[in-house]
Design a binder for this molecule. Structure first.
Ligand SMILES: Nc1ncnc2c1ncn2[C@@H]1O[C@H](COP(=O)(O)OP(=O)(O)O)[C@@H](O)[C@H]1O
Ligand SMILES: [Mg+2]
Length: 411
């Protein structure tokens, strides 16, 4: 028997969309912070309880919404950020799909309080996608979204949530990555009333790194400042001697948008050549700037991936950018693990990299990204080996036997 075709009710469609957009409390945190940044917030406060499982609240001092907009914001595919598909080229906001709010509201007890003028405010309550009430409220300009009981109406999904500590860590990570890309914005995160993140606005990305992770990391970083054709690479690469096998930070931002891209991180590691011991993973924070039409940001529902028009070029330039940042350290090193293991050790024609000298603070005083309303999503930490040859921690590739640290028995 062939089943009759029916168009899904909007509530059902929202719940299905929620499957892609809302995986766990941290995804809600990410989407709500992105909305706050898109609204021009200068300060964002995030509260979670029980790892976000019982409560997530994100408050901002951004543009807010008037009542008609607030009601519309909860409709699927309702967005203020694009009007037609062509607007996707070079889109400078984090959001553009108009899916996050209705998706979140369909799987939670959702409350939106917002005011665009600090005078009239609206409070909207939605439970499991069903509108409960729209009331007057009192608040300053800006928006507060409160999400309670995430997945209360989809028990199968609620079961997938991890222990409180694990969900809390994921939420901290979601805030961290967005705080990294926008050092000009203040962020606070409290978990069960305990302050976990509290960073003030700054113009210097290194100050933000320092505020998030302390001196232990910040003092080990070298600035990256490199341009090749249309691609600019900025950020930080850890000094080779300080790289460790575990616990590294690895972040890639494209036009201010955090993405997961193991290949770019690997290309950056290739820039170290054999200056690091096989198995050691340097911390890397990479901000890639390139024209909007050189990258497609609409390839992933949570916008965690992008597609480059010329990925090979991007990887080459990233590798060179890191090599230039390491300066004599990498230049003097023989080609080793990273480079040839990836088949990218040979010199790259047409390089115009400048070798930074001086401290990170002098060289990287301001981040051009931070002055832009470009915003972004989440981090990715590579833990995979450079190639598939070795699984031992000490070995990064089949070339390991030829590097300065031999002893790996790869074949
Ligand atoms: N914190 C906020 N401040 C002001 N406007 C907001 C906020 N959050 C959401 N909005 C409005 O609601 C719309 C829908 O949000 P969302 O569902 O996340 O979709 P998107 O961000 O893709 O447009 C946004 O386009 C924006 O106009
Ligand atoms: Mg959004």
């Amino acid at each position: 028997m062939t089943a009759a075709i029916a168009v899904l009710a909007p509530q059902v469609a929202d719940q299905i969309a929620a499957g892609e957009v809302v995986e766990r409390p941290a995804s809600v945190v990410k989407e709500l912070i992105e909305n706050a940044l898109d609204a021009g917030a200068g300060a964002i406060r995030i509260e979670i309880e029980d790892g976000g499982k019982s409560l997530i609240r994100v408050s901002d001092d951004g543009a807010g919404m008037n009542r008609p907009d607030a009601e519309l914001a909860l409709a699927r595919h309702a967005t203020s950020k694009i009007r037609e598909a062509a607007d996707l080229i070079g889109v400078a906001t984090f959001g553009f799909r108009g899916e996050a709010l209705p998706a979140i509201a369909s799987v939670s007890r959702f409350e939106l309080e917002t005011s665009s003028d600090g005078d009239v405010a609206t409070r909207l309550r939605i439970t499991g996608g069903k509108r409960e009430s729209v009331d007057d409220a009192v608040r300053q300009r800006g928006t507060t979204v409160t999400v309670r009981g995430l997945f209360f109406n989809t028990p199968a999904r609620r079961k997938f949530l991890r222990a409180q500590a694990t969900e809390t860590r994921a939420a901290v990570e979601a805030v961290t990555v967005l705080a990294l890309t926008r050092p000009d914005v203040a962020f606070t995160l409290t978990s069960d009333d305990r302050p976990l993140i509290d960073v003030r606005p700054t113009t210097r990305p290194l100050d933000r790194v320092h505020a998030l992770w302390g001196r232990e990391l910040a003092d080990t970083l070298l600035p990256i400042a490199y341009r090749e054709g249309p691609l600019e690479v900025r950020g930080f690469a850890q000094r080779p001697a300080q790289a460790k096998p575990a616990g590294r930070k690895g972040y890639v931002f494209v036009r201010g948008r955090p993405i997961r891209d193991p290949f770019i991180l690997r290309a950056a590691e290739a820039g170290y050549r054999s200056t690091i011991a096989p198995g050691d993973r340097p911390s890397l924070i990479l901000f890639l700037e390139l024209p909007g039409d050189a990258v497609d940001v609409n390839v992933h529902p949570s916008k965690l991936e992008v597609r480059f028009r010329d990925k090979f070029f991007v990887e080459k330039v990233v590798e060179e950018a890191v090599r230039a940042a390491l300066g004599p350290l990498a230049a003097a090193a023989p080609l080793g693990v990273g480079g040839q293991g990836l088949g990218v050790g040979a010199s790259w024609p047409g390089l115009t990299g400048t070798m930074p000298t001086g401290s990170a603070q002098e060289l990287f005083p301001t981040d051009p990204l931070s002055s832009r309303p470009t915003p972004a999503s989440r981090s990715w930490i590579s833990t995979r080996r450079t190639n598939g040859c070795c699984t031992s921690k000490r070995c990064a590739s089949s070339r390991a036997t030829e590097g300065p640290r031999s002893g790996c028995s790869c074949r």
